[in-house]
Ligand binder design. Structure first.
Ligand SMILES: Nc1ncnc2c1ncn2[C@@H]1O[C@H](COP(=O)(O)OP(=O)(O)O)[C@@H](O)[C@H]1O
Ligand SMILES: [Mg+2]
Length: 249
């Protein structure tokens, strides 16, 4: 069965200042993909995500989006380095509600109450990430991994067709990281996933496609024989990175 294209990037060029940060980027993201984006720091991964989200506009080229992901609520987004101010008295429920559009300018902690339906919806997304018992807790009382789960619940609250996560496990311990990726694999049964990661075991175990971004970008299908990696095999990260950074897609 041929799956539907959700995003097609065509000849994207982008620069903040004079120098091009992204040069002639082309790829397709299909429904059901577990799509990894990798490459060195400063290579332009987060910039590319912001272009996909229409936060930044390409200098030339275009991102064609399927009709299912035209409005902002149809793409769930977990940004890089979500630095929540831990002194801020905000509950898990409040954080999840912020993913449900800009309806709630005032939050429950400040005396505004949510409707029963909204609370049910938040409970549902929290149950999907295994955090339903924490709904009334202050976000500051949670561990890094738990907090990131809440950020994922927030991103899936509006039932997006596509979930984008930018280095979601960079400040989480190794067990927490594994848990997050297991969760993403489970969520991938219902939602297309695009994740920025440096973790090659994640790429080899979970992703079906990987886009290597270092100003230019190369897309690889991981079902291709060349990239079949036995998860028990000890593979060389440097070699794999080199392979991904070559243009024989
Ligand atoms: N707002 C900005 N203004 C100017 N330069 C930026 C801005 N954001 C990122 N850059 C530069 O663009 C390049 C790509 O950054 P980024 O997309 O964050 O890379 P990555 O996510 O792969 O680490 C870097 O050289 C970075 O310094
Ligand atoms: Mg980045």
């Amino acid at each position: 069965m041929k799956s539907k294209t959700l995003i097609e990037a065509k000849n994207i060029n982008f620069s903040y200042e004079k120098e091009l940060v992204l040069k002639d980027i082309n790829f397709k993201l299909q429904e059901g993909d577990f799509f990894a984006v990798t490459g060195p720091n400063g290579g332009g991964k987060s910039t590319l995500i912001k272009i996909i989200l229409s936060i930044l506009k390409p200098k030339s080229g275009e991102v064609i989006k399927a009709k299912e992901i035209q409005t902002p609520l149809e793409i769930g987004y977990v940004p890089q380095n979500t630095n929540i101010n831990l002194d801020f008295p905000i509950s898990v429920l409040d954080v999840v509600m912020m993913g449900n559009g800009a309806k709630h300018k005032n939050l429950k902690s400040f005396g505004i109450s949510y409707s029963k339906m909204e609370i049910e919806c938040a409970k549902h997304s929290l149950s999907k990430v295994g955090m339903q018992e924490f709904i009334k807790r202050k976000i500051s009382d949670l561990s890094g991994g738990q907090r990131q789960r809440v950020m994922i619940a927030r991103a899936i609250c509006s039932h997006p067709k596509l979930l984008i996560l930018d280095e979601p496990t960079s400040s989480i311990d190794i067990n927490g990281q594994k848990e997050i990726y297991k969760l993403l694999k489970e969520l991938n049964k219902e939602v297309t996933i695009l994740v920025v990661t440096h973790d090659l075991s994640v790429i080899s175990n979970y992703a079906n496609k990987v886009l290597y971004v270092n100003h230019e970008a190369y897309i690889h299908n991981l079902k291709d024989d060349r990239f079949k990696i036995d998860s028990n095999e000890h593979f060389c990260e440097v070699e794999l990175m080199q392979l991904l950074g070559e243009s024989h897609a």
